[in-house]
Structures are given as structure tokens and as C-alpha cells.
Design a binder for this molecule. Structure first.
Ligand code: PGA
Length: 250
């Protein structure tokens, strides 16, 4: 499987700015060994896809409904996302866990919806600063993974992306020591293997690091054994910086 770098634009850009950034992205030469996915806001998914799809960029959504269809005002279903060209969905981002109280049970339903609709989830997991200080990183990761991936319909046949994003590293300029990713990988792998199999992990799962990734630290993360890519937000809003990050991954 190729390495993957995901650009999460969050709720940052106007329509005009979104189009400008997508136009800048389309000039980036994507190395053969890397996959790039772009996650703009819901209303702009279609337009961004139109601008970048022929250059090999993949489209990702920042969220998905936990239900398949029906009277769920304000929600966007997996089939809608698939229909407009999404291939990936960011699920369980810590900002959603925190600000809209997304629970592990909801995240589990969302992961299921991804597989019902041919979408690959990018499952975000990570501990808070307090949990980190209390030495609870590993137990938090295991709990989040086991609850999110419990009895998922599309597994182990399909691909899965897991993004380790410690809450304290997101948008803060602070980041994990890249070498620690090897330990994190062992914990995450063990949790996934306890539900499925080692073969599944080795063949179908990619592990990303996210949290204050920039053009200076990207290489150290991407070169760690067991790390298959990056989830980048702030640095993805500047095309040049994002291009630098991509080039370091090839
Ligand atoms: P950051 O955010 O790159 O701005 O730290 C990462 C994320 O939230 O996915």
C-alpha cells in the first residue's frame, strides 16, 4: 500500500479561498509512492474534486452520518459522499469528540457506514494532555480502537486508516517525539489484532501521525517504521508548505 498524506482543511476557508487553494494543489506533482487526499468542508467537496481529481488527488470528507438515510436534518450520508466522489472519510476526529460529544459508539456506527458505502475511514484516536500526563496514553488508544472497530461489517476485507493524533499536539506547535511512534504503532497494532488478525493489520491497515506536522518534522515521522502517512491540517492550508511535506514522503 502507498503512503498517504491527508490534508484536513477543517472549517477554515471561504468558497473563494477553497477554490484558490485547490487550484494551487493541482499544480503539485504527486510522487508515485504517495497518495494524497484532500478534505474540504461539505459544501465544497464537489468543486474541489472537480478541480483536483484529474491530477490524482483523492477526496476525503471530514465527517459522515451515523445513519444510512432518512429524517436526520443536517446530516450527510455515506451514499451521498460516495456519489460525489469521496473515497475517504475522517471519523472520530478529537474536535468532534470534544465539541459535538461524538461517542465511541457513534464512531463505530460511522465506521460501519463508511464500509456500507465503499468509503475508507480514517479513524482518529489520541489521548488528551491530562491522560498523557497520567500515563494513560496506551489504555486510551486501546479503548478507542476496540470500541470504534467492534464488529464492523466491512472488516477485515477492506482497508482501514488509523490516525494517531494526540489532542495536545493538534494545532499547538507541539508534537510527539517521532521515535515514540514505534511504541504507539505496537499498541495500536495489538488492539487491532485483538479484534481481527495480524494479517489484516499488515495487509490492510495504514497508520498515520497527525498533530503539528510541518515541513521540518514531516520527514522524521514518515521515516519511522510502522508509520504509513500523515494527517495535516494547519500546514495544509499553505500549498507550498504542503508540497514540501509531500516531497519529503516520497
Ligand atoms: P494540525 O491538526 O496539523 O493543525 O496540528 C491536525 C489535525 O487536526 O488533523
Amino acid at each position: 500500500m502507498k503512503k498517504i498524506i491527508v490534508a484536513n482543511w477543517k472549517m477554515n476557508l471561504s468558497f473563494q479561498k477553497t477554490k484558490q487553494l485547490a487550484e494551487r494543489y493541482r499544480k503539485i506533482k504527486i510522487p508515485k509512492s504517495v497518495e494524497i487526499a484532500v478534505a474540504p468542508s461539505f459544501p465544497f467537496l464537489f468543486e474541489v474534486n472537480r478541480i483536483v481529481k484529474h491530477e490524482g488527488f483523492k477526496l476525503a470528507s471530514q465527517n459522515i452520518a451515523a445513519q444510512a438515510e432518512g429524517a436526520y436534518t443536517g446530516e450527510v450520508s455515506g451514499s451521498m459522499l460516495h456519489e460525489i466522489g469521496c473515497q475517504y472519510v475522517i471519523v472520530g476526529h478529537s474536535e468532534r469528540r470534544l465539541y459535538v460529544s461524538e461517542s465511541d459508539e457513534m464512531i463505530n456506527k460511522k465506521v460501519n457506514q463508511c464500509y456500507h458505502n465503499n468509503l475508507i475511514p480514517i479513524l482518529c484516536v489520541g489521548e488528551s494532555l491530562q491522560e498523557n500526563k497520567d500515563g494513560q496514553r496506551d489504555s486510551v488508544l486501546v479503548k478507542q480502537i476496540q470500541r470504534a472497530l467492534d464488529k464492523v461489517d466491512g472488516l477485515p476485507e477492506n482497508q482501514l486508516v488509523v490516525a494517531y493524533e494526540p489532542v495536545w499536539a493538534i494545532g499547538s506547535g507541539q508534537y510527539v517525539e517521532p521515535e515514540q511512534m514505534q511504541e504507539v504503532q505496537r499498541v495500536i497494532k495489538r488492539a487491532v489484532v485483538s479484534l481481527y488478525s495480524e494479517k489484516f493489520y499488515d495487509e490492510k491497515v495504514r497508520l498515520l501521525y497527525g498533530g503539528s506536522v510541518n515541513s521540518v518534522n514531516a520527514k522524521a515521522f514518515i521515516n519511522q517504521p510502522g508509520v504509513d502517512g500523515l494527517l495535516v491540517a494547519t500546514a495544509s492550508l499553505e500549498a507550498e508548505m504542503f508540497e514540501d511535506i509531500i516531497n519529503q514522503a516520497s
